[in-house]
Design a binder for this molecule. Structure first.
Ligand code: LLP
Length: 428
């Protein structure tokens, strides 16, 4: 048995050799276990509840097939995500469409394919959905996304439920919007949605929003006689950082939220709505590891030692964008003393392209070593770019000692497929 780092019975150093680096590797088993925990701890315990995987966290055809097989729904936020889901034969009725500025063409696609819910983010969108549905001779079930004015304790860029957020309909507008919506004949208002932000680690944030929304539900019932059937409390359930903090069970978030929804409905004399959640990061974040090959090593006297890898902000923008922190190991030098502190640099032409600061590594780290960065399963591949004309890495799933390529590595020619020269002589 080698000392190499292993994931689900697969030697990661061998995978790096087989597929090249940078490489995204996912544990299929871990994704499935997370889906099953949601089923056992949430769906099976609350009648009428739903869970939609927020596909923006990580979406490929293979990922879609896993979500389909595990019986969850899918949250998509663009025509592109919807197209992929439909290509993967994901059942349209289990899809919810989001977006703060959906294009008419995306709404048409959603209505035509018969998605389960469209979550309306601004008032004008309702007219578009109504009109499109009328043309298609359909009635479209919708939820209104409410801005509950709750500020989640997370990075500013990923807070979404505070007053002033670009997402959702302002709280005070909701009664007018509900009144208007229930008068339309081609949309069916099922209820409300909120999403507070991402990487939230305190369940009390959800309780604050539940208090706001249940009060709103009560006011609407009294004022307009409108009864809310469905309440979607969004995603945002945080994961551990791989250092000190561990990922909490889904019930840490959902149990208190459900209790509070029940208690408040009882207080207000409201029927219990069916409740939905939309976890993204919680399902895939920890299941992903990114492998890199170490290249240039620069020891700068009086400063730091840079260990450069063959990827960086193009395959994981999160450290540069949010100051996100990651843990890593030298996959081919496991179990050795880590007597050197280094800065892991990416290869993009940006001084901000630093993946990890102050990483302890074995003193004999050298070019050719394989660095494995943990917890990169969410918002890495899905936010990857071709900056500096870097081809996007391949994606491999591993399961019980087997590896399967689910996304091929891009080639240099792939990057030029859509380009045309100004003179016809230039062909690529
Ligand atoms: N539902 C809605 C309406 C959302 O906008 C999102 C995420 C989710 C669910 C899923 O959130 P999650 O459970 O994954 O936290 N790029 C950022 C995260 C942006 C999240 C955007 N919306 C990052 O890398 O941290």
């Amino acid at each position: 048995m080698s000392n190499n780092l292993n994931l689900d019975g697969c030697d990661l150093v061998k995978l790096a050799l087989k597929y090249g680096t940078p490489l995204y590797v996912f544990s299929q088993g871990m994704i499935e276990r997370r889906c099953r925990e949601i089923k056992e701890q949430f769906l099976n315990r609350h009648e009428g509840s739903h869970a939609y995987y927020a596909s923006k966290a990580f979406l490929t055809l293979a990922m879609c097939q896993i979500i389909e097989k595990e019986g969850l729904g899918l949250d998509v936020v663009s025509g592109g995500e919807l197209h992929l889901a439909l290509k993967a034969s994901f059942p349209a009725e289990r899809i919810v469409l989001h977006g703060n500025n959906k294009l008419r063409q995306e709404i048409e696609m959603a209505v035509e394919s018969g998605v389960g819910r469209i979550v309306v983010d601004w008032e004008g969108e309702i007219d578009i959905i109504d009109e499109v549905s009328k043309i298609k001779g359909q009635k479209t079930p919708i939820l209104l996304r409410v801005t509950p004015e709750v500020k989640a304790m997370t990075h500013k860029y990923i807070q979404t439920g505070h007053r002033g957020s670009k997402f959702g309909i302002p709280l005070e507008r909701i009664p007018y919007v509900v009144k208007k919506t229930i008068s339309l004949s081609n949309v069916e208002l099922k209820g409300f949605h909120f999403h507070l932000g991402s990487q939230i680690d305190d369940y009390r944030t959800y309780l604050e929003a539940v208090d706001v929304i249940t009060k709103l539900m009560s006011d609407l019932r009294e004022g307009l006689g409108y009864t809310t059937e469905e309440l979607d409390i969004g995603g945002g359930f945080g994961i551990g950082n791989g250092e000190g903090s561990l990922t909490k069970p889904i019930s840490y978030f959902t149990d208190p939220a459900m209790e509070r929804i029940k208690a408040r409905c009882l207080t207000f004399g409201l029927p219990l709505p069916s409740v939905a959640i939309e976890p993204g990061r919680w399902i895939t974040g920890e299941a992903g590891i990114t492998l890199y090959t170490v290249g240039a090593i620069k020891e700068i006297p009086g400063s730091c030692t840079y260990v450069s890898v063959d990827g960086g902000m193009a395959d994981n923008i999160r450290p540069a964008l949010y100051g996100a922190r990651y843990r890593a190991e030298v996959a081919n030098k496991m179990g050795r003393d880590k007597d050197k502190i280094v800065t892991v640099a990416g290869r993009c032409c940006e001084s901000g392209d630093i993946l990890i600061e102050d990483l302890p590594v074995p003193g004999d780290i050298e070019p050719g070593d394989i660095l494995a960065v943990f917890n990169t399963g969410a918002y890495s591949y899905s936010m990857a770019s071709n900056y500096n004309m870097l081809p996007k890495p391949a994606v491999v799933f591993v399961d019980k000692g087997e590896d399967i390529l689910v996304v091929e590595r891009e080639t240099y020619d792939n990057l030029l497929v859509k380009q045309r020269g100004i003179r016809s002589a230039l062909r690529v």
